[in-house]
Design a protein around this ligand. Structure first.
Ligand code: KIV
Ligand code: NA
Length: 265
């Protein structure tokens, strides 16, 4: 088995082989997820909720992201490592965004992810032209949950769907090497993926994307309380965490997860 690369991920997108991604925040889980065959690990700013017990991702600092990226990278042999640019680390200027992205790369990230639509295109261009691959996170964007008016599906009406399509195109033209959609209608995500030159990862975006991501602690049923409908407990019927993670990988690859009618919109 060879370490995952961007060309290999692009090839998987082109051939329809599904990409399995999970969030990961430490070296122990990184080693386990790697062994289970997870293609991509995301050091998500969801660590604000999952590890820090916060109500949103907005308070997460770049230093928090750097620490966890360092930890994850030490545990990885094969998986492709993506790290989130946290809130207020890429908003003021493209130069500031480059500095933040470069720090994440120095900490061990292969790619950085940022949230936002059209306004980030200039930033995506600046960072990717200088050699850091960028994933653009569209649809529901947790860093701006307040402005979005709550945890709402995006792209439901014609105007908002057209905007997501237009912004996706702008971001790819700006150099985004990957797109990620959170909580968008399955039909819209499938349509965009079919036409996309770059891999598309989905969470709450249906089975038609090039790959899936879930928050690790949701997939392993560690998270307490009410969970979003796109979450599934992969520990059910499993005797070990390795088994649970392998079940996730298997179901993503077999396209048996997600099921649009159950986990999608
Ligand atoms: O921070 C995170 O975990 C994420 C995923 C939900 C895509 O951005
Ligand atoms: Na995130």
């Amino acid at each position: 088995r060879k370490p995952m690369t961007l060309p290999r991920l692009a090839q998987m997108h082109a051939s329809g082989e599904k990409i399995a991604m999970l969030t990961c925040y430490d070296a122990a889980f990184a080693g386990l997820l790697d062994e289970a065959g997870v293609d991509m690990l995301l050091i998500g700013d969801s660590l604000g909720n999952v590890l820090q017990g916060r109500g949103s991702t907005a308070p997460v600092n770049l230093d928090d992201m750097l620490y966890h990226t360092t930890c994850v990278r030490r545990g990885v042999k094969y998986a492709f490592v993506v790290a989130d640019l946290p809130f207020d680390s890429y908003h003021v200027s493209k130069e500031e965004a480059w500095k933040s992205a470069a720090a994440l790369v120095k900490a061990g990230a292969h790619m950085v992810k940022l949230e936002g639509g059209g306004w980030t295109a200039e930033t995506v261009r600046f960072i990717s032209e200088r050699g850091i691959p960028v994933c653009a996170h569209l649809g529901f964007t947790p860093q701006t949950v307040t402005a979005l008016g709550g945890f709402k599906v995006q792209g439901r009406d014609e105007e908002s769907a057209a905007r997501i399509k237009r912004e996706s195109q702008e971001l790819v033209e700006a150099g985004a090497a990957m797109l990620l959609y959170e909580m968008v209608p399955a039909a819209l995500a499938a349509e965009i993926t079919a036409a996309s030159p770059v891999p598309v990862i989905g969470i709450g975006a249906g089975v038609g994307t090039s790959g899936q991501v879930l928050v690790l602690h949701d997939a392993l049923d560690i998270t307490r309380g009410k969970k979003p409908r796109f979450v599934k407990n992969f520990m059910a019927g499993q005797g070990s965490i390795l088994g649970g993670v392998k079940a996730y990988v298997d179901e993503v690859k077999a396209k048996t997860f997600p099921i649009n009618e159950i986990h999608g919109f």
